[in-house]
Design a binder for this molecule. Structure first.
Ligand SMILES: *Cc1c(COP(=O)(O)O)cnc(C)c1O
Length: 426
């Protein structure tokens, strides 16, 4: 047996993949290298990447600037504990994040993944109200169709139907769910859209530590784009009822929606913000939870300390690459690129509107979505895409793409033409 077949066999026999059966594993595509917007398979095929490795690889793969940042840092130190120690990569990155995000966000906690940054946000909100002498404010309000991660605290805030609640009902914290925002991104506002949320807020605010939601774009819970006015209304209701607002910008952060952060569309500033995914340009795992001075002061009352501290907190390698990735983003024409991608996704995917199996086509920033009427057969559709030289991984009824910002018009057209062909065939 050659090495390639041996690896494939070992993978199927021993390695768990995301949300996949290990008893009947679907065939995984073996990737041996990646460069720019292309993933190279063990068979020598080039696949145009339509996923940015789940929102992360915004600059594409094997980027010389990010490679250099990693090399420079690895020759100095890859990791050192963060308890009682600090280092330039972490401090420089924290300072950048504070500068980039809305002004009230002043304190940065580095976590190792998006889910953990949501756990930290939950802890911050609970500890804040504890510090303020209101320990009864320990519940959360969110909206349906949300996704906030796979750990228990985060999972309890994911959509109760499409999320994983049914598997863990007996162990999940019970929170409050308002209807998902009904007003689409550029639809005219009507106060009816906020009624359900408002009623829950009015009824429950005395128990509520915070509202947690994804601003403007709901990602893995349904790829829905909603009106900035909804977010403004949520912020006003939070302020009026003394409830914190947590913005989960893990998917939306760093330009993906057309604004640097999706909160900017509404001109609002949350009390706590979670960042991850594109933070390191997709090089390695790192996330951050940012908080205002108000939140940090509440937590610190009576000598309180935030009760979290991962072993690999503020990993210097990840921090150095993150700082390089953010500089690369800000120094380049990211806004023009994302806008160009949006226009091209809209025109390129438009033919799907005519297909009988298609329910909706939408794009915002560098995110394009073709929503089918029925769930797609993932294994079959995945194979169709790979055969046509494209890496797209649908879920449920959704065929969607969020390519690296550096994708050329030609490659993007190839991507959308392939999506159109596949959607037509379903
Ligand atoms: C991906 C995602 C998370 C979880 O991040 P992980 O790094 O996968 O733990 C949380 N919230 C949102 C909005 C996400 O898109």
């Amino acid at each position: 047996m050659d090495r390639r077949h041996w690896l494939a066999q070992q993978d199927r026999d021993h390695v768990w993949h995301p949300y996949a059966s290990i008893a009947h594993p679907p065939l995984a595509t073996m990737i041996v290298s990646a460069d720019g917007v292309r993933l190279y398979t063990a068979e020598g095929q080039a696949l145009i990447d339509g996923m940015s490795s789940w929102w992360a690889a915004i600059h594409g793969y094997n980027h010389p600037v990010l490679n250099n940042a990693a090399h420079d840092q690895i020759d100095r130190m890859s990791h050192v504990m963060f308890g009682g120690i600090t280092h330039e990569p972490a401090v420089a990155l924290a300072s950048m994040l504070v500068d980039l995000t809305p002004e009230p966000l002043q304190k940065v906690f580095f976590a190792d993944s998006g889910s953990v940054s949501v756990e930290v946000a939950i802890k911050m909100a609970v500890q804040y109200w504890h510090g303020m002498g209101c320990p009864e404010k320990n519940r959360f309000l969110t909206v349906r169709s949300g996704y906030h991660g796979d750990t228990f605290g985060a999972m309890a805030l994911c959509d109760p139907v499409t999320g994983m609640h049914e598997h863990f009902t007996s162990v999940l914290q019970q929170h409050y769910f308002a209807e998902s925002p009904g007003c689409r991104f550029d639809e005219p506002w009507d106060d009816a859209y906020i009624q359900d949320f408002k009623q829950l807020m009015e009824a429950r605010h005395q128990q509520l530590a915070a509202v947690v939601l994804e601003p403007i774009v709901q990602g893995a819970g349904g790829m829905r784009f909603y009106s900035p006015e909804y977010l403004r209304q949520v912020k006003m209701l939070c302020d009026a009822h003394d409830v914190l607002l947590v913005a989960d910008e893990i998917a939306t952060g760093f330009g993906r929606t057309g604004e640097l952060f999706a909160c900017n569309y509404a001109g609002i500033s949350p009390d706590i913000m979670c960042l991850g995914k594109a933070l390191t340009g997709g090089y390695m795992t790192l996330a951050a939870t940012l908080a205002t001075n108000r939140v940090s002061r509440g937590i610190s009352k009576n000598g309180g300390v935030l009760m979290h501290g991962p072993t690999f907190m503020a990993n210097p390698l990840a921090c150095a690459v993150a700082a390089a990735s953010i500089r690369l983003l800000l120094d380049g024409p990211w806004r023009e690129n994302v806008h160009r991608i949006e226009q091209r996704l809209l025109s390129g995917l438009a033919p799907c509107r005519g297909f009988s199996g298609v329910a909706d086509v939408r794009a915002l920033g560098a995110i394009g979505v073709v929503e089918m009427k029925t769930p797609v057969d993932l294994a079959a559709v995945q194979k169709q895409f790979v055969n046509q030289g494209v890496w797209i991984r649908p879920f449920g009824k959704l065929i969607y793409t969020m390519p690296p910002y550096i994708i050329s018009d030609n490659d993007l057209d190839l991507l959308t033409r392939t999506i159109v062909r596949v959607a037509q065939s379903l």
